[in-house]
Design a protein around this ligand. Structure first.
Ligand code: SF4
Length: 210
């Protein structure tokens, strides 16, 4: 099983200070696990809560993502959610563990796990949440601010739609900016669902991930 094999990965040093590797999953606690899905959402890396709980997007950013998916008419339990990098990279600040952006080398080292997920899940559309995931799939020159919500065609890959990372929205300096980015995220998710041919009703199918 991929989700067990990733726990033994030593492809870079990030495993040393993390609790566990966090592999893609459906909504934490969902009774329906790993169906074949239409949308695959890819973030950057697990955060503090994800590292402890072992599931992606279960912290504050995950709650915001749930809200935006709901507003877009998409059921998170029907969507595969994962990260480009599987171990939490952090630095201490007092008693807190503060997120640290993964390096290019770490992203490259982790890419085979993302490719294995993509191949197994077989989504119709990939949604990159934030610049790290977008640049991993669309190249280092890709700018989410300029091209979010636009369907990108990539040879040998399902269509890709890039959008804001929910953590970036939480860090927005003003309420106005936060609301504007949230609206953009919801619209971009709708565009991805439309491209998948589901128009907000993402269907459930069987998967052989586990
Ligand atoms: S971050 Fe990725 S490549 Fe590095 S040890 Fe973890 S699973 Fe392996």
């Amino acid at each position: 099983m991929l989700s067990e094999a990733v726990q033994r990965c030593r492809g870079c040093d990030l495993y040393r200070n993390a609790t566990q590797a966090v592999f893609g999953d459906l909504e934490a606690g969902s009774a329906v696990r790993h169906p074949r899905v239409d949308l695959m959402l890819i973030g950057e890396q697990p955060g503090d809560s994800e590292d402890r709980e072992g599931h992606p997007f279960v912290g504050p950013a995950g709650k915001l993502l749930d809200k935006c998916l709901e507003e877009a008419g998409i059921d998170r339990r029907r969507v595969y959610v994962t990260n480009a990098v599987k171990h939490f990279k952090w630095e201490p600040r007092g008693k807190r563990r503060i997120h640290k952006k993964p390096s290019l080398r770490e992203m490259h080292a982790c890419r085979p796990w993302l490719d294995a997920e993509l191949e197994t899940v077989g989504p119709k559309v990939i949604v990159c949440l934030g610049a790290t995931a977008a640049q991993a799939l669309l190249g280092s020159g890709f700018k989410v601010t300029q091209a979010h919500g636009k369907v990108q065609r990539v040879a040998g890959s399902p269509p890709v739609v890039a959008t804001w990372h929910p953590s970036a929205i939480l860090r927005a300096p003003t309420d106005e900016e936060r609301h504007s980015q949230m609206r953009a995220l919801v619209e971009d998710l709708r565009a991805a669902a439309k491209t998948a041919g589901t128009a907000g009703k993402v269907s459930r199918r069987k998967s052989g991930l586990k």
